[in-house]
Write a protein that binds this ligand. Structure first.
Ligand SMILES: [Zn+2]
Ligand SMILES: [Zn+2]
Length: 435
């Protein structure tokens, strides 16, 4: 019999067949990134895509527990994301939902239903014109065990609670089907504490995942959900439904997310919610409506003061990826630089995973593999003491390090040695780490 165990899960990812996704996203690499990061369970991503499903079926084996496994035993659950664009209540709505399927048979039936309505081959995250209510009906008619988790709910354009094309509540989005919703994905730009300010969200478990699109390993597990169950689809579903066995989430600082503050990236305008109110929501550069971010939107819908913590709320840890910390300490402008990744793998050699470095490694252990300055920064990251300049209008937030020297040293600009398109060195480090 399997034992109950702590599982750090990332159940919202994408394959290389989703728009803007790297060709390097293969099942093998996903398993490698997961082991490197310390993620113990992944969503398979994009199961409705005709090419990706072939790879899932050929590289993974499904057990009666609804879990797909690689030949070395690494587990995945059936997962995909759908984009819905429709009219409801006289307004255009655009929402993304994460879908978890109980088994491959149910996943295929859902894919078949979708293929009768539209194409599935152009994007791993296909777009359809039916409503969230109709989606729920379609899934429940196949299996009552499907789970729909509204994705990155606060994102202005595609979140179920987003300012541009979302709703004011999950109930307004799913109407009488909302009783089948057990959890919402809080997304990078919000953390549980922000979500606790809405009493209407108390009935939903708060989960966090990476929504990883890119090759770069730092994206996986940026956010994750921690379970304490014997691994099976039913047990993960049970934990999300009842919160029994759902321990909490790993989060980035919400300021790091791409829509925490308000503004216009192309106009270089970044506003806090207070400044946006002062400017009546209008961009002082172009005169158009600002992209209102998550902090503003939460304040708009909140019915509780900051600091309120509902009964039964789960704990969460706030962490920045190790690569961001290294980048900050080195003062380089690019995350995708050889210097960052060679230091990353040097540190990682002493540990089993990045989460071990970020959460559990002792100061002395870390001093055995890296400089005191780096160790101090890792500890500050663990204590959530690194300031992050808030993200806005699609731009990521930027962690700020006081002693940052930038790319300039002794009045000369240093080589940044970016490895943008050919991340071979990173891949080599990854392969070495996993071998
Ligand atoms: Zn999405
Ligand atoms: Zn503007």
């Amino acid at each position: 019999m399997l034992e109950r165990m702590k599982i750090i899960a990332d159940l919202h990812i994408h394959s290389r067949y989703s728009r803007a996704c790297s060709k390097a996203i293969t099942i093998e690499n996903l398993e490698k990134y997961a082991r490197l990061k310390g993620v113990g369970l992944l969503g398979c991503g994009d199961f409705t895509h005709p090419e990706w499903i072939k790879e899932i079926r050929s590289k993974l084996t499904e057990g009666d527990d609804g879990v797909l496994r690689t030949s070395s035993g690494f587990p995945f659950l059936w997962q995909t994301e759908i984009s819905l664009m429709y009219k409801q209540g006289g307004k255009g709505r655009r929402v993304h939902h994460v879908i978890l399927a109980p088994d491959g048979e149910s996943a295929s039936q859902f894919t078949d239903e979708l293929s009768k309505i539209g194409r599935l081959d152009y994007d791993g995250r296909p777009i359809f014109g039916f409503s969230s209510v109709e989606l729920m009906d379609m899934l429940l008619s196949i299996s009552e065990k499907f789970m729909v988790i509204p994705a990155h709910v606060w994102t202005p354009y595609f979140g179920a609670l987003g300012s541009k094309s979302g709703f004011d509540s999950i109930e307004e989005c799913f109407l009488d089907k909302s009783k089948h919703i057990y959890a919402i994905e809080t997304g990078m730009s919000s953390d549980p504490a922000m979500n606790w300010r809405l009493s209407s969200l108390d009935k939903y478990a708060l989960v966090s995942f990476s929504d990883m699109h890119s090759f770069w390993p730092w994206r996986m597990g940026r956010e994750a959900t921690v379970f304490d169950v014997e691994l099976s689809y039913d047990n993960i579903r049970g934990a999300i439904r009842t919160r029994e066995g759902l321990l909490g989430t790993v989060e980035v600082k919400p300021d790091y997310g791409r829509y925490h503050f308000d503004g216009h990236a192309k106009c270089g305008v970044v506003f806090s919610p207070e400044e946006t109110v002062k400017h009546h929501g209008i961009c002082p550069v172009c005169g158009k409506a600002l992209t209102v971010g998550v902090l503003y939107r939460v304040e708009e819908l909140a019915d509780r003061a900051e600091g309120f913590r509902p009964d039964g709320a789960r704990d969460f840890s706030t962490l920045l990826p190790l690569s961001e910390i290294i980048k900050g300490v080195f003062g380089v402008s690019q995350l995708a630089s050889k210097r960052v990744w060679s230091e990353y793998y040097t540190i990682m050699k002493g540990f089993s995973s990045e989460f071990e470095v970020l959460m559990d490694a002792t100061r002395d252990q870390l001093l055995g593999v890296t400089s005191e300055k780096m160790v101090d920064a890792i500890m500050r990251g663990r204590n959530n003491e690194i300031y992050v300049k808030p993200g806005y209008d699609g731009e990521y937030g930027v962690p700020v390090f006081d002693d940052k020297v930038g790319d300039v040293e002794d009045g000369k600009k240093k080589d940044v040695d970016v490895v943008n398109d050919e991340p071979k060195k990173m891949q080599k480090g990854l392969d070495d780490f996993c071998s």
